[in-house]
Ligand binder design. Structure first.
Ligand code: NAP
Length: 449
C-alpha cells in the first residue's frame, strides 16, 4: 500500500467535499486529495443551485471550508475532465479517482413545443439567477403575467418562490443584480405549478411548501376540489406520518385561506400533465390534460382522462428533475448515472462515484454525507487490500502546468470569495457574486510562481 494515498475527486459540490472530508480523516492509510472542478469556484449546487433566499442552507459551506483547511487538501478550479485533462491521465496519475460531478442537465418532457422560445429548463433559470457563469447570456423574458412551472418538486417550488419575491426580499440575497431587477420589475401576476399526480404524491417537502404561505408579495392558491383524495391516496396519507401528511395539511390550510390581495399568486394545481406548449414563434399557452390516479403494481401513477385545458402563459419552466451527463472515458448508464456498486464503478478499477452521479438526483445536501461515506469505505478497503496503486504517479499541478492549463487553486478561490463578500458588505448582502468567466479567472488567477 502506497502512503499517502493520492486521490483525485472530480466535482467540488457537497458530494465532493464530503468525500474529501471522509478521506482526509483516514489514518490508515493516510490520504491526500486533489479536488477538481470545471468552474473556478467550489461548492457546486450550494453556490449555484440553492436558492439565494435560503442563506441558512448555504451555511453548510463553512463545513466545507474546514475540510479545505485540512492538511492534504488541494483545489484545482477551471479544470475540465475530458478537455483540460483526460480520465485516463487522471487514472494513471492517481491511486484512485472519485467522480462526484452531480447531474448537470435537465430531464426532458418529450412533448411538442418543448423548445419554443419562452420554454426553459428550470435548471437553466436556477443557474441564471444564481450567477453561474455559463448561464448569464440567456435571455429570460419575464414580460408576462403568467408563468407555468411544470413539476412538483423542491426545485419547482424554488423557481415559483423566486419569481414571487419583491425587490425588498431579493435585495438582501446574493441573486445577481440582473435577475433581481428582472424579477422585481416583471408584470408577473400568477405562477402556476403543475403536478401530474395528486397532493399526496407531491415531491416537495413541508418546510418549502410552508414558505409559500409566508411571502411578503405573494400568496398560495389551492382549489379545495383538487384536494379530494382517491382511496389509494387516502390510504397512503394514513400510513404517512411525515412529508405527505404535513404537505396535505398545509395545502388544506391554503385552500381555506381567504385572499389577502397580494400582488402575485402561486397557484398549486394537481392531476394535470402538459401535452404541448403552443404559440406562434414563442410560448403563449400550455395545453394540459387532466389525470386520474391508478395503482400500477403498488405505485400510484397518473393516467390521462382525455379532458384538456389551455393555460395561457408567456414563460414555462420545466422542473421535472435533473439528469447526469456522461464523461468521456468513464462508464455511463442510460439512467443518467455512473454504474456502480456502493460507489465502486462497474468495469473500471480504482474508479469510484458518490452523490447524484452515483445514485441519481434525489435527497437533500446532507444525504450526500452518508452516500460519500459508503464510497470512501469501499475505497479505503481496496487500498488496504493493495488494489490502489497509480501506474504512473504524477503531481497534478505539474501536469497542468506542463499542459499550460490556467487553474484556480484554493487561494485563488479565497480571493474570489473575499472580493465577493467585500462587494456584498457595501450593499448589506452576503456577497455580490462574480458571475462572468473573465472576472472569476482574473480574480482567482494564481500568483505566477
Ligand atoms: P424531484 O424532487 O424529483 O421532483 C421532480 C418532479 O417532477 C416530481 O413532482 C415529478 O412527479 C415531476 N415530473 C417528472 N416527470 C414529469 C413529467 N413528465 N411531467 C410532469 N411532471 C413530471 O426533483 P427536483 O425538484 O429537481 O429536486 C431534486 C432534488 O433536490 C430533490 O431531492 C429535492 O428535494 C432536492 N432539493 C431540495 C431543496 C431544499 O431542500 N430546499 C431545494 C431544491 C432541491 P412524479 O412524482 O409524478 O414523478
Amino acid at each position: 500500500m502506497t502512503e499517502p494515498l493520492h486521490v483525485a475527486i472530480v466535482g467540488s459540490g457537497p458530494a465532493g467535499f464530503y468525500t474529501a472530508d471522509a478521506l482526509l480523516r483516514s489514518e490508515e492509510p493516510r490520504v491526500e486529495v486533489d479536488v477538481i472542478d470545471r468552474l473556478p469556484t467550489p461548492w457546486g449546487l450550494v453556490r449555484l443551485g440553492v436558492a439565494p433566499d435560503h442563506e441558512n442552507i448555504k451555511a453548510v459551506s463553512r463545513a466545507f471550508e474546514k475540510t479545505a483547511a485540512r492538511p492534504g487538501f488541494r483545489f484545482f478550479g477551471n479544470v475540465e475532465v475530458g478537455s483540460t485533462v483526460s480520465h485516463d491521465e487522471l487514472a494513471a496519475a492517481f491511486d484512485a479517482v472519485v467522480y462526484t460531478v452531480g447531474a448537470q442537465t435537465d430531464r426532458r418532457l418529450g412533448i411538442p413545443g418543448e423548445d419554443l422560445p419562452g420554454s426553459w429548463p428550470a435548471t437553466a433559470f436556477v443557474a441564471w439567477y444564481n450567477g453561474h457563469p455559463d448561464f448569464q447570456d440567456l435571455d429570460f423574458d419575464l414580460d408576462t403575467e403568467r408563468v407555468v412551472v411544470v413539476g412538483n418538486g423542491n426545485v419547482a417550488i424554488d423557481c415559483a418562490r423566486m419569481l414571487a419575491l419583491p425587490a425588498e426580499e431579493l435585495a438582501p440575497t446574493d441573486t445577481t443584480e440582473e435577475a433581481a431587477a428582472a424579477i422585481a420589475s416583471s408584470p408577473i401576476r400568477e405562477i402556476v405549478m403543475l403536478g401530474r399526480r395528486g397532493p399526496a404524491q407531491a415531491a416537495f417537502t413541508p418546510p418549502e411548501l410552508k414558505e409559500l404561505g409566508e411571502l411578503a408579495g405573494a400568496e398560495p392558491v389551492v382549489d379545495a376540489a383538487d384536494l379530494r383524495l382517491d382511496p389509494a391516496s387516502a390510504a397512503e396519507l394514513e400510513a404517512d406520518r411525515d412529508r405527505a401528511r404535513r404537505n396535505y395539511e398545509l395545502l388544506q390550510e391554503y385552500a381555506a385561506r381567504p385572499s389577502e390581495g397580494k400582488p402575485r399568486r402561486i397557484v398549486l394545481r394537481f392531476l394535470v400533465s402538459p401535452l404541448a406548449l403552443v404559440g406562434d414563434g414563442k410560448v403563449e399557452a400550455v395545453e394540459v390534460v387532466h389525470n386520474e390516479l391508478v395503482d400500477d403494481g403498488g405505485r400510484i401513477v397518473a393516467r390521462p382522462t382525455g379532458e384538456t385545458e389551455l393555460i395561457p402563459a408567456g414563460l414555462v419552466l420545466r422542473s421535472v428533475g435533473y439528469r447526469g451527463v456522461a464523461l468521456p472515458g468513464v462508464p455511463f448508464d442510460e439512467t443518467g448515472t455512473i454504474p456502480n456498486t456502493a460507489g465502486r464503478v462497474a468495469g473500471a478499477d480504482r474508479v469510484y462515484a458518490a452523490g447524484w452521479i452515483k445514485r441519481g438526483p434525489s435527497g437533500v445536501i446532507g444525504t450526500n454525507k452518508k452516500d460519500a461515506a459508503e464510497t470512501v469505505e469501499c475505497l479505503l478497503e481496496d487500498a488496504r487490500a493493495g488494489a490502489l496503486v497509480a501506474p504512473a504517479p504524477r503531481d497534478l499541478a505539474e501536469l497542468l502546468d506542463e499542459k499550460g492549463a490556467d487553474f484556480v487553486d484554493y487561494e485563488g478561490w479565497q480571493a474570489i470569495d473575499a472580493a465577493e463578500r467585500a462587494a456584498g458588505e457595501l450593499h448589506g448582502r452576503p456577497r455580490v457574486k462574480l458571475h462572468r468567466w473573465q472576472a472569476l479567472l482574473e480574480t482567482g488567477r494564481r500568483i505566477p510562481r
